[in-house]
Design a protein around this ligand. Sequence first.
Ligand code: FAD
Length: 460
Amino acid sequence: MIQPHILDQISSVIGNENFFTSPEDKITYSYDGTPLLEHLPDAIVRPQSKEQISQLVKLANTEKFSIVPRGNGTGLSGGSVPTENCVILDMSQWKKILEIDKENLTAWVEPGVITSQLHQEVEKLGLFYPPDPGSMNICTIGGNVAENSGGLRGLKYGVTKNYVMGLEVVLPNGEIIMCGGKSVKDVAGYNLKDFFIGSEGTLGIFTRILLKLIPKPQSSKTMLAYFNSKADAGRTVSAIIANKIIPATVEFLDNTTIRCVEEYSKIGLPTDIDSLLLLETDGHPVVVEEEAQKIVECCRENNAIEVKTAQTVEEAMRLKTARRSAFSALARTKPTTILEDITVPRSEIAVMLEKIESISKKYDILIGTFGHAGDGNLHPTCLTDERNRAEIERAEKAYAEIFEEAVKLGGTITGEHGTGLAKKKFLHLSTGHAAIDAMRTIKKALDPNNILNPGKVFDI
Ligand SMILES: Cc1cc2nc3c(=O)[nH]c(=O)nc-3n(C[C@H](O)[C@H](O)[C@H](O)COP(=O)(O)OP(=O)(O)OC[C@H]3O[C@@H](n4cnc5c(N)ncnc54)[C@H](O)[C@@H]3O)c2cc1C
């Protein structure tokens, strides 16, 4: 517990009107999007300037309390879940798009900007910010950078790290630094910018973010392909890429997910098929037309039962929105939804899907799988009830096995949701123990008092 006299000091740094300790506020900030993880914070603060954040960080070092940065709390690995003796640093009010620079194709934003709001603003100017996590209507750019989030357009356009050009960061000692900038080329010193991307709030607090923009693709075509087997869907993804086509989107949904999505969004998906692929190609209209035809051929050659093309922009949007609702649609069916995030090389998707199916049977748990198939990133999602301890234990064993199988296939335990609290005990499977020791050395050098989001990613 943070002592009352220290809470008073925190309040005077931040201003009493931006300092919250009511039981209701504490409960609101006690969890994020991750099931089975919650802890009450000692206080919540809404800082008004980077100088206040710097002062707060300095106070945390002298008085030894911890600070947990938070965007909108949609994280799926417990990154913004409170730790012992902690103040939640709520950055969600930092919502300004500070500049859109059409000459340099960049945008300066505050970290609390909602991802889809940035999309809308830049698209009005014919520009494009590709990273589009399924949570884009609720998550923040700061959270996206801290988790290096991916999205439906990751296959062709990459993930958040590919669009961060500069970061203003409050370090764990309270110093404020700027790394990167508008210069497209910059090799002055160590590449600190990339080092902070994906650091899950443990190495610094972002106060301003410079993002790269690109011209908005002129046209796009969205298709749905239905399959009777996951192997055929997996082989289709490999065939499309082998044909030298990089679609903007290749999303996979299994039967359990299709049924839940259809019940939720009523868009007319057949519920008796094994799986489907949602595919989108974008770019110059002539290229889009050619690529769409080849994609349809690849689907048919790999036994697609049916391939449908969206006839209007609205229909395409409905299909993509339905896919983005997959997590919410699955979550409605049972009280507890445990969503994982393994990634394997694309060529191993069909094998991984079969392994997930056999592991779910072995442990007698219900798993719906969907994901960014083009990136090899799958979300096996266990639908369960945390009050059923025996089932939760079986789910935990099943996930441990799924992680091991993903790593054996050359993959990783997390492709985009991060390690946080939820996956730290499995981190060594992906990185090895020596790499975790190297990460610990970096953390200790920058944050010797372990004040910034302690206990996340690994223990000190
Ligand atoms: C329905 C749903 C769908 C999702 N789909 C996807 C998806 O497709 N792809 C994907 O990658 N993720 C997805 N996610 C996960 C989540 O939305 C992302 O991880 C997102 O980037 C988190 O943003 P946030 O603002 O909610 O951050 P939070 O959850 O609040 O925080 C996440 C991490 O960022 C740190 N952080 C936040 N702000 C700052 C800051 N200013 N400075 C330093 N550190 C900071 C926190 O300490 C924490 O470690 C999904 C989640 C949900 C609920």
